[in-house]
Structures are given as structure tokens and as C-alpha cells.
Ligand binder design. Structure first.
Ligand SMILES: Cc1cc2nc3c(=O)[nH]c(=O)nc-3n(C[C@H](O)[C@H](O)[C@H](O)COP(=O)(O)OP(=O)(O)OC[C@H]3O[C@@H](n4cnc5c(N)ncnc54)[C@H](O)[C@@H]3O)c2cc1C
Length: 380
């Protein structure tokens, strides 16, 4: 569908990302997925493309501008590789760059931000805890003031890129119970008291490492607090918006991959004397998938326009996230059905995408929590 917000610049950016994904990622996607990691050079290659630089000053290796449409185009094209552990492994840093860029003092930014943004070093966001991820306001990790330092105790789990990252943005309780007692901290992996273990054998996102982090009296200087004391919850919620939009755009890419592979297979495969594509039931599946893709894409474009206008529509972002992941679940299932037994074999995009539907529906705010948030935003 033609995008009314398309410009020459956005089109060129999308083309660059598409070519990069087609040549530098898709041919290796299955191998990296099976190997459970991507080569570190890929981080730097993506950094050179500007993948992690939206909204970041050029002096830190950023693009010096932001554009929600370009962010969305990047995620959509990247997720088409159909092994979305690859964007998770490399792009996991994106959800921690915002708080560092916005809240860290110059001393920290000057020392670490360029390395993160250009892909030389990794960073991760640590919010979810073993006791729960949805109820962020109830987090148990604590930071206690001791002289000029803060001392952090607790643990975080399901942290994307957590085994390889040097830097972390971590939520911890600095005040009373509930959402008004949380602050964000910048933590470095070589700080005494920090340790981590790998969460192995996931359903999907094989190419991305996922970690549990432990904080055992981790002492950080006061300047490592990101933003205002006890105002971390708001920062976490604001940070979720671009993460969720990235997942909506990624879902569009995954759905398009499902549709493309379904059409290609349905044209080639013959049953009962004609190509699959000539059977009405299959044609209807294709029509349903295509309609869901159009609807999600149009919704995303409208949200991107609002975000660019400075009016990030939180309710719509939440609704778009669960709308997109439900549409993705449908498309992955129908694509698998069209491919039949061939789809069930390892080594094809549809099989990988089918395994990765659930992380899209749970990570970054589950479908249930997204519905709750949307209705709360409606004032109900
Ligand atoms: C592969 C992967 C990577 C991840 N990466 C990161 C990361 O980098 N950083 C990070 O901080 N987190 C990360 N997460 C964590 C993710 O954000 C959480 O899994 C998610 O927020 C849900 O939290 P939970 O798993 O603890 O489920 P819970 O909060 O325990 O919820 C369990 C189920 O109950 C539902 N539920 C909860 N409360 C309600 C309610 N009030 N009403 C109805 N239903 C409810 C939820 O929707 C969910 O379906 C990742 C998760 C995965 C799987």
C-alpha cells in the first residue's frame, strides 16, 4: 500500500536497510539462529548504518535527528530476515540508549555512548525481575544510599543481550512502595558484586542471548542515577513507547515475510491438479493476511506521524502492539498451514517466525497489559 507519509529520504533509507538485510543478514540467518549468536562485527555494521542513532547527538555517533518512520522502516526490514533473535541480539541496546542519552551526566555519556551507538559495545535494559515483569511498579531490586554512593541488591531476568553487554540501565527501588519509589541506574558489568547467568533453551530468539543479572551490594556513584530520584517509573514508561513501536513495525515485517513465502509456495505447489493458489480456501487465507498487514501498517504510519509531531499517543501505541501481535499470530499460523509439512521443517522463515510470535506478544509489555494500559488511557 502506498504510504502518504513517504519521502525520498525515507524511501532511500528503507532501500539501504533492505539491501543490507538481504545481503548481510538473511543468507546467514538460519546459521546464526542455530548457532545461538551473531558475529560481533554485525553490531558495528548496523551501527554504521545508523540503526542505533535515532535521536542521538552526532558527537556520540548518533544521527543527530529522529524520525519515527525511519525507525519503523528499519525494524520492519530487519525483522523480515525471519530470525528475529538477530534484531534482538543487536538492537537490544536501543531500549537502553534513550535513558543514557537523556539522563546520564556528560562524564558517562562521553565515555560510553559512542561505543554503544556505533556497535562497539553492548548495553541492555534491566527492568523485569524473577518475581514478575508486568507489574513494574512492584519491583523488588533495591538501591540504598550510602554516603555518596548507591548500593544495589536484587536481580533482573530475561535481559536481552545481558550476557555480552558491558553497560546496563537498571530499575531499582529507592523509595517507598509502588510506582513513586523507583529510580534508574547506570551499571557496568565489571563493577564488583555484579554477575550474570545465561537463560538457555528459549522457544525463539535463539540468536539472541538472554540473561539473569544479579546485584550483590553493587556500589555505584550517585552520578550513576539516571534522572530524578524516585521518578524512574515515568522514564521506564516513556522508554517503552519506541520499544513497542519497534515491535509493531517488526511484526509488520514478519507478517510480510509470511505472506511473501506463502504466495511463493502457493504458486509453485500443486494439489488436486492445480496450483495451491487457485484453491479458494488458500486465496482467502492470502486475502486475510494481506488485509491484516495493511491495517497494521496504516495504524503504524498514523502513530509515527503523531510521534513526529511530538504527540506520542500512548493509548494507540498500546493498542497497536496487541493488534499487531494478534495479526502476526494469525499470519504465522496461516503461512505455516499453507506451507504444510515443508513449513514445519527447520531452516525456513515461516518456521522461525512461528516460534517467535510469543516473544512479540509477551516481551515489551504483554497483550493483556497493553489492553489494560489502553483502557486506562481512555480514562476508564
Ligand atoms: C526473550 C525475552 C526477552 C526479554 N527481554 C527483556 C529485556 O531486555 N529487559 C527486560 O526488562 N525485560 C525483558 N523481557 C521481559 C518481558 O518484558 C516480560 O516477560 C513481560 O513484561 C512479562 O512479564 P513476565 O514474564 O514476568 O510475566 P508476568 O508479569 O508474571 O505475567 C504472566 C502472564 O500474566 C499476565 N498478566 C499479568 N498481570 C495481569 C493482569 N493484571 N491482568 C491480566 N493478565 C495479567 C501477563 O500478561 C502474562 O501473560 C524479555 C522477555 C523475553 C521472553
Amino acid at each position: 500500500m502506498r504510504n502518504p507519509f513517504e519521502t525520498e529520504e525515507r524511501k532511500a533509507f528503507r532501500e539501504t536497510v533492505r539491501r543490507f538485510v538481504e545481503t548481510e543478514i538473511t543468507p546467514y540467518a538460519d546459521d546464526w539462529d542455530e548457532a545461538g549468536e551473531v558475529p560481533w562485527e554485525l553490531h558495528a555494521k548496523l551501527g554504521a548504518l545508523g540503526a542505533f542513532g535515532f535521536g542521538v547527538d552526532e558527537k556520540y555517533g548518533g544521527l543527530g535527528f529522529d524520525d519515527c518512520f525511519m525507525r519503523a522502516a528499519f525494524s520492519e526490514e530487519f525483522y523480515k530476515c525471519g530470525a528475529t533473535g538477530i534484531p534482538a541480539a543487536t538492537g537490544g541496546r536501543s531500549i537502553s540508549i534513550g535513558p543514557i542519552e537523556k539522563f546520564a551526566p556528560d562524564e558517562i555519556k562521553d565515555r560510553v555512548l559512542e561505543d554503544i551507538v556505533t556497535g562497539r559495545k553492548g548495553s541492555s535494559l534491566g527492568i523485569t525481575e524473577p518475581g514478575g515483569g508486568s507489574d513494574v511498579a512492584n519491583m523488588k531490586t533495591v538501591a540504598r544510599k550510602d554516603g555518596d554512593d548507591w548500593v544495589i541488591n536484587g536481580s533482573k531476568t530475561f535481559i536481552t543481550g545481558g550476557m555480552k553487554s558491558e553497560y546496563f540501565v537498571v530499575g531499582a527501588r529507592t523509595g517507598g512502595e509502588g510506582l513513586t519509589g523507583i529510580s534508574l541506574f547506570f551499571v557496568e558489568a565489571d563493577m564488583p558484586g555484579f554477575s550474570r547467568t545465561l537463560i538457555d533453551r528459549k522457544m525463539g530468539w535463539w540468536a539472541s542471548d538472554t540473561a539473569t543479572l544479579y546485584f550483590d551490594d553493587v556500589r555505584v556513584p550517585a552520578r550513576n542515577m539516571l534522572g530524578q530520584e524516585n521518578f524512574g517509573f515515568i522514564a521506564i514508561m516513556n522508554n517503552f513507547n519506541y520499544e513497542r513501536l519497534g515491535m509493531v513495525a517488526g511484526s509488520v515485517g514478519m507478517m510480510k515475510a509470511c505472506l511473501e513465502d506463502s504466495i511463493a509456495w502457493a504458486q509453485e505447489r500443486h494439489t488436486f491438479g492445480k496450483p495451491l493458489i487457485k484453491h479458494q480456501v488458500i486465496r482467502h487465507k492470502i486475502a486475510d493476511m494481506s488485509a491484516k498487514i495493511d491495517a497494521t501498517e496504516a495504524y503504524l504510519n498514523q502513530i509515527c506521524w503523531l510521534a513526529n509531531e511530538g504527540e506520542m499517543p500512548v493509548a494507540e501505541v498500546s493498542k497497536a502492539k496487541f493488534f499487531a501481535t494478534k495479526a502476526l499470530e494469525f499470519c504465522a499460523s496461516e503461512a505455516m498451514q499453507i506451507l504444510g509439512g515443508a513449513g514445519y521443517l527447520r531452516g525456513n522463515r515461516v518456521e522461525r517466525i512461528y516460534r517467535e510470535v510469543k516473544v512479540m506478544a509477551i516481551g515489551g509489555g504483554s497483550e493483556e497489559i497493553m489492553r489494560d494500559l489502553a483502557v486506562r488511557q481512555m480514562g476508564l
